[in-house]
Write a protein that binds this ligand. Structure first.
Ligand code: GLN
Length: 445
């Protein structure tokens, strides 16, 4: 059932829907959910386990938050409630949203519903697997460097990352605060627009929330607008042949739908990887300092206060999180700060300016989401290989842009392939209009 259909149900219809979802989750082997907590009445939305829901045990996929009960709702949860929806199930994720496969969760791996030997992507892998398998009608995820769009692509659903500042981060467990955004993960573009509308808007509880007039995108959703769509052929070199084929298919579909295709160049995305992994780990180091065994969650046995900190963090964090804390401390340390952190901020500015220049010429940019389809479990166990697989998604976060990933190869005999459209800041209307047009054009191809 689509979200827009569920929103028309009466209370007994909603109760029946919840029963069906509960039964599906109970019988499932995917491990998309860490637990099936429920919070109130309303149309059920699955929630990534780094979003605060009052009374829930929110863990961010980490052992260190075991036993922590959230005392408040994230703003997005209050907004869901206000629109007749409710939080239903905590979905699995890479620990503290650090990862691209959901393998780093303390709560075990999540399986890709299309092929159980493959990862669902990450870090919002639980949300993506839940929507793709029908265990949720829609979900919320968070995207710091691709964590909504990439699992959406691997699982064959729609995932949308809003402009930085569009959706309140109040109550989102912080990974890298200048990059994080919450966004919708749904079965199609129209549902994504609907859920995006519900969670967006200025929030005085988030100092980085954009204080701009919010207009509904659903009310004006228009799949018939003719747009200038930028393509970046040189970027395709990093993608596997079947991704390149899907890209060409989408370009044809867009052309056939009457859009103008404009060839563009962007900076080599290898710079995105360096700038992102320096910025994100630096911010993560600061954000994760609060997990000390005193204030939240799990406290390790110890005789002294110092040992309490050391033991709680050593036992509570997994390897990937520790690796990033070390890396982040390194790039922020005096002596290396200018060489790494400051330099990364300068590169970030160049990337942002490059996109701004492009958006003077085009309305949207079409890009792959990931260089391959969903990898097998263990295939990205080398951290550097995993970081490199983020090549197509992280530039969008560095530049603060909105982007949407949608499936392009539904009927073909391969794992799902997602492509993304990227728009100028705050131009979510054009983003959804273009995505709707692409979705329809692909159906008739
Ligand atoms: N894979 C990227 C990382 O590990 C992005 C994760 C995310 O968007 N939360 O940092």
């Amino acid at each position: 059932m689509k979200l827009r259909e569920a929103l028309k149900l009466d209370s007994s219809g909603i109760a029946k829907l919840k029963d069906e979802l509960r039964a599906k989750v109970d019988n499932s082997l995917l491990n998309a959910f860490i637990s099936l907590d429920e919070a109130g009445d309303g149309v059920p939305i699955a929630i990534k386990d780094n979003i605060q829901v009052k009374g829930w045990s929110v863990t961010a996929g980490s052992k260190i938050l075991q036993g922590y009960i959230s005392p408040y709702n994230a703003t997005v949860i209050d907004k869901l409630k206000g629109a007749g929806l409710c939080a239903f199930g905590r979905t699995n994720m890479d620990e503290f949203a650090m990862g691209s496969t959901t393998e780093s969760s303390y709560y075990g791996k999540t399986l890709n519903p299309h092929d159980n030997s493959c990862v669902p992507g990450g870090s919002s892998g639980g949300s993506a697997a839940a929507v793709a398998s029908g265990e949720a009608i829609a979900a919320l995820g968070s995207d710091t460097g691709g964590s909504i769009r990439q699992p959406a692509a691997y699982c064959g659903i729609v995932g949308m990352k809003p402009t930085y500042g569009r959706v309140s981060r109040y109550g989102l467990g912080a990974y890298a605060s200048s990059l994080d955004q919450i966004g919708p993960m749904t079965q199609d573009v129209e549902d994504a627009a609907l859920l995006y509308d519900i969670i967006s808007g200025y929030d005085q509880n988030d100092s980085t929330s954009a204080d701009v007039e919010y207009e509904s995108v659903v009310d004006k959703l228009d799949g018939n607008r003719v747009l200038n769509i930028g393509i970046t052929p040189s970027h395709l070199e990093n993608a596997a042949p079947q991704i390149q084929k899907a890209y060409k298919k989408a370009v044809k579909a867009l052309k056939d739908a009457g859009h103008n295709i404009v060839e563009c160049t962007l900076l080599d995305p290898k710079y995105d990887i360096s700038a992102y992994y320096i910025t994100a780990t630096a911010e993560a180091t600061t954000n994760l300092a609060r997990y000390d065994g005193v204030r939240y969650g799990r406290r390790a046995e110890s005789d002294t206060l110092e040992q309490l900190y050391i033991n709680s963090r050593s036992e509570g964090f997994g390897d990937e999180v520790k690796r990033r804390i070390l890396l982040g401390n390194f790039v922020l340390s005096s002596g290396y700060y200018d060489a790494y952190y400051i330099k990364a901020q300068k590169v970030r500015r160049v990337i942002k300016d490059e996109y701004a220049k492009l958006f003077e010429k085009v309305d949207l940019i079409l890009s792959p989401v990931a260089p391959t389809t969903a990898p097998k479990f263990g295939a990205l166990s080398d951290p550097l290989q995993m970081y490199l697989s983020d090549i197509y998604t992280i530039g969008v976060n560095l530049a603060g842009l909105p982007a949407i990933s949608l499936p392009v190869n539904k009927d073909e005999d391969t794992l799902p392939i997602g492509l993304q459209l990227i728009a100028a800041p705050y131009d979510e209307q054009t983003l959804f209009d273009g995505a709707l047009s692409l979705e329809r054009a692909l159906e008739t191809l």
